[in-house]
Design a protein around this ligand. Sequence first.
Ligand code: SAM
Length: 230
Amino acid sequence: NATLYNDDAYDRIRVLQKEKIIVDHIITDPPFAISQKNNFNTMKNPRKGVYFGDWDNSFDLYTWIGEYEKILDKNGSFIVFCSYRYISFIIEEMESNNLIVKDVIRWNKTNPMPRNINRRYVQDTEFAIWAVKKNAKWVFNKPKDVPYLRTGFDFPVVSGKEKTDHPTQKSLQLMKEIVRIHTKENQLIMDPFMGSGTTGVAALELNRRFIGIEINQDYFEIAKKRIKTT
Ligand code: SAM
């Protein structure tokens, strides 16, 4: 059970608000606004810097949060991936929009891409901020067979058959772990910046429902195909 929109999340939210849609959880990976069109001049073979596309550079990182908070259920979780550079700003935006940050989750990439390795650390971590509303009875499905859950998840970056043409595709294993811990079966999960639809695939494979939005038509087609075959 999935509804997918090829639309701008900033436009679609007005329709969703008008229709009085309420979602149980928002789990999303918005553009990080970190693309750089640089050349690594110090490297022997100059190559293009990290550039995901214009959608990444011009994105308004903050104002969508308050609008989407309005359609989140009172007990819902709001989980947002972000670059380490923006963690404090996103936390501030969330907490000035009726949300309370509970924890910062880490994805520890077990097979990070080695670049510029003699000059800096390998970039092997991504962060996701988890927030809930005041007085929420939030979902936290700690498995019975572990004493506690740690904030770091160790998974490889996508490769092989799983990989699509989306440049920043998240690991399906990672997204399934997050969905399993933070949501219940049959609940409705929204991803306003779904990219290749990984959150949606995770949601459906775990018997949750899904609403996704993606502005780019090529990425939207990838998501549609992945989610349909799930
Ligand atoms: N988690 C996704 C996956 O596993 O494939 C990747 C998400 S990627 C970091 C962010 C996505 O947001 C991009 O695919 C981009 O096209 C999309 N996007 C950018 N601006 C948008 C907007 N205003 N509305 C909807 N989607 C947007």
